[in-house]
Ligand binder design. Structure first.
Ligand code: PEP
Ligand code: MG
Length: 583
């Protein structure tokens, strides 16, 4: 019998493959008292899991040898050394024996203990080792609890990834060649896992709460990233319907993709600049350079999150240089580190916070930790010598933060000038508008910055007081809310009055229903996940700027998000169906 579950459509496309459950962390630990006679079996399970984890680390080390630094290879070696450490193993075996508990519990207890020892050390480098211990623990746990995962991966078959969340560190370790869908129990459309799925161009669903309890690994499933439907054990009719739909979608995508050679202008000739959001240099390989005007948002923190320790200035500079080389004479907008909130670094634990999204995140961390900020700005400046780089600051709340950043930038510029290091002496500095307060003081902000970029994912979250990651309030998270529209209107007008460029880099830039509204509001620079570029370009080319302004005038008179969405959707759908009926 087929089982149908509903989730949030997080990345478009249809995937048909077996589902594989991943345990990405140690939160869930089955606890079971074991009788004396079971102790040898639990000890053997633990020993086998340690061997399996060593094999997979060795495999990974070999796979990544050519693409990671010698420093990182050492981290894998340190992890292997821990796995082969006799004390580590005998500590766990003695917990099984003394407390008469299953291997998973013993593992968690010992890992927690070791982690704490490293975390309490004075030396920063030693403290970083805590992350290795945790990571090793996760891998042994995965081997204990989800053996089927390695079977599927090793088989080299297509599969659909299922877990609580899809983390950037997962993107680094899963078999991406055969990954054809992602489904998570938590999160929503604006979660970073969903953003990552879109940038990888992989269909995804979020907030399918029962996925890990109701569907076993190996079950065949159909995932529909447009409607939010997940079907386990599909019947023949489901297969017929979805195979047909998948083929139709692929055909439509192929036709839409042809717009890439056409000019990016509205029907009445106003230029629209379309840019890509990327989470790392590997995304660049998937973007056709002639489809974009550049990179509007390079989320640098993802590269930090996929690693096991902070990248050095040289490592960062060479990563940024690769992006600059790819872009040629086009712009690359490097957003400085935006960690904290829902983007933790395994090797940089920040203190527990009651409201992390309102806490120590983004620019706040960079300014409190100048070493990190200076290193990153220097690395971007070094890369800027080879092309057109811009610096974008996340989570800016006040003018004083911006002034401080200007000072830091000026200081580094003057140091580099004295030392003769090549760089762009006039690099542009921009602020993200994510905190509503900043949008209300633009007259003070605009003289200090060279450009603005509106991060609507966070702006909507803070303006409407709705968590972007919480499925329970997902219905309240609407970028079509009249307050959002009015604020965007105000931002576009003020930026124009000061003659400063402003772009949108939140997910609405890639929502083709929103395109007529954004154009009507006056935005001419939209940066989005590459997968959405062709559709947005098609809408932008077909509609006139004049018609967009009429729509916005009508939308601004409306009081309900739903009505505004309907108005925009009808307009976009008209264009879309005319396109589908054409030739
Ligand atoms: C945003 O908040 O809109 C944004 C682009 O940043 P992120 O999604 O990475 O928080
Ligand atoms: Mg943001």
């Amino acid at each position: 019998m087929s089982l149908k579950l509903k989730g949030v459509a997080a990345a478009p496309g249809i995937a048909i493959a077996p589902l594989v459950r991943f345990h990405s962390d140690m939160d869930f630990v089955p606890t079971r008292p074991v009788g004396e006679h079971e102790i040898p079996r639990e000890s053997a399970r633990l020993t086998e899991a340690i061997t399996a984890a060593s094999k997979s680390i060795l495999f990974l080390r070999k796979e990544l040898e050519t693409s990671i630094s010698a420093q990182e290879v050492k981290i894998y070696d340190a992890q292997l050394a821990l796995l082969h450490d006799e004390t580590f193993k005998s500590d766990m075996l003695s917990v099984i024996e003394k407390d008469q508990v299953n291997a998973e519990v013993a593992l968690q207890q010992v890992v927690d203990r070791y982690e704490k020892v490293f975390e309490d050390m004075e030396d920063v480098l030693m403290r970083e080792r805590a992350a290795d211990v945790r990571d090793v623990g996760r891998q042994v746990m995965a081997a204990l609890m989800a053996k089927e995962r390695s079977v599927y991966i090793a088989d080299g078959q297509d599969y659909i990834f299922a877990a609580e969340e899809f983390l950037p560190s997962d993107a680094g370790i899963v078999d991406r060649e055969h990954l054809c869908g992602i489904v998570t129990a938590r999160g929503g459309k604006y979660t970073h896992g969903a953003i990552l799925a879109r940038s990888l161009g992989i269909p995804a669903l979020a907030a399918v709460e029962a996925v890990l309890t109701k569907i076993e690994s190996g079950t065949p499933v159909i995932l529909d990233g447009e409607s939010g439907q997940l079907i386990a054990n599909p019947d023949d009719e489901d297969y017929d319907v979805y195979r047909r739909r998948k083929a139709e979608q692929e055909e439509t995508d192929r036709r839409v993709f042809e717009v890439r050679f056409l000019p990016s202008k509205t029907a009445d000739g106003e230029e629209v600049r379309l840019l890509a959001n990327v989470e790392g240099t590997r995304d660049l390989g998937q973007i056709e350079n002639n489809l974009v005007h550049g990179i509007g948002l390079f989320r640098t923190e993802f590269a930090f999150m996929e690693r096991r320790q902070f990248p050095t200035e040289d490592e960062q500079a060479s990563m940024y240089q690769r992006a600059i080389e790819w872009a040629g004479d086009k712009v690359v907008t490097f957003r400085t580190l935006d960690i904290g909130g829902d983007k933790p670094l395994l090797y940089f634990r920040t203190p527990e916070e009651r409201n992390p999204v309102l806490g120590w995140r983004g620019l706040r961390i960079s300014l409190d930790w100048p070493d990190l900020f200076y290193t990153q700005i220097r690395a971007i400046l070094r890369a800027s010598a080879g092309g057109h780089a811009r610096i974008l600051l996340p989570m800016v709340t006040s003018v004083s933060e911006l002034r401080r950043c200007r000072e830091v930038l000026d200081e580094i510029l003057s140091d580099m000038k004295s030392s003769g290091e090549p760089h762009d002496t006039e690099i542009e500095l921009g602020a993200m508008i994510e905190v509503p307060a900043l949008a209300h003081v633009l007259d003070l902000v605009l003289p200090i910055v060279d450009f603005l970029s509106v991060g609507t994912n966070d702006l909507v979250q803070y303006l409407l007081a709705v968590d972007r990651d919480n499925p329970r309030v997902a219905d309240l998270y609407s970028p079509y809310h009249p307050a959002v529209l009015r604020l965007l209107h105000q931002i576009a007008e003020q930026a124009a009055a000061f003659g400063k460029p402003v772009s949108i880099c939140g997910e609405i830039a890639g929502d083709h229903y929103f395109t007529p509204l954004l154009l009507g509001l006056g935005f001419r620079e939209l940066s989005m996940a590459p997968v959405f570029l062709p559709r947005v370009k098609l809408i932008a080319r077909t509609i006139s700027a004049e018609r967009c302004r009429e729509l916005v005038a009508e939308a601004l008179r409306m009081s309900e998000a739903r009505a505004i969405r309907m108005l925009a959707k009808e307009e976009a759908n008209k264009i879309w169906s005319e396109f589908l009926q054409g030739e």
